[in-house]
Structures are given as C-alpha cells and as structure tokens.
Design a protein around this ligand. Structure first.
Ligand SMILES: [Zn+2]
Length: 119
C-alpha cells in the first residue's frame, strides 16, 4: 500500500501536481531528461547545412561548451578565419558558406574534440 499513498491522496483523490515543481504532471519536466541546447558530451559537431529556399550553405558548429561571451569570441575568430559572416543561435554558431575543413582544423587546434556530422 506504500505505492498507493505516493500516487493518491485521501483528501483530493488523484494527485495531479508534481511535488517537486508544483506544476501539473502534463507540464512537469522533473522526471524527463533535461532539455538543453548544449550537448554535454564535450564533442563539438561541425556540419554543413543548406538554409532556406536559396539553398545558402552555412557551416554549423554545435556543442561548444562555454558562456555566451566565449561563444561570441569563438564565433568572431571563426568568422575572421573564414572571411565570412556568422551568427549565434541557441548556443550554436553558424558561419556563412562551407568552411567545414577550416573550422574543424581551427577548433582542433584550439583543443576541442571535433566531429564532422551530417553532410
Ligand atoms: Zn515536476
């Protein structure tokens, strides 16, 4: 009967809110794996992606650990290296154009564990 007491309360019937966060179970994320935009395996993934209808190619660098400032600094280094523009979106760096080789070499040089992913 120990288990029943965890799921039901005698006063209000079925317990519908999470005791940890106080949200309804349908909204609760406590028992689910933490959603994060950052990969935690320490591996930086470099991939080439085509964006939009024009099919503009961008080099995407995902999984870089660090603060916003560190990402910004790294993005600046890579933009300079590639002579291209770029942006940071949700912890992912995007450099315009196909610069996978250069970016991979540079990141490796900086001490990152780099893996080529996707196309
Ligand atoms: Zn919860």
């Amino acid at each position: 009967m120990e288990q029943d007491r965890l799921v039901y309360s005698t006063e209000s019937g079925r317990v519908t809110t999470c005791p940890t966060c106080g949200l309804f179970y349908k909204n609760c994320r406590c028992s689910q794996p933490r959603q994060s935009t950052r990969k935690s395996d320490g591996i930086v993934r470099v991939m080439r992606e085509r964006k939009g209808r024009g099919g503009k190619t961008v080099t995407v660098i995902d999984g870089v650990m660090g603060s916003e400032a560190e990402l910004t600094t790294l993005a600046q280094q890579l933009k300079k290296l590639c002579g291209s523009g770029g942006t940071i979106k949700d912890g992912t760096i995007e450099i315009q154009g196909d610069h996978c080789e250069k970016v991979t070499a540079k990141l490796t040089e900086l001490g990152y564990k780099v893996k080529r992913a996707g196309g």
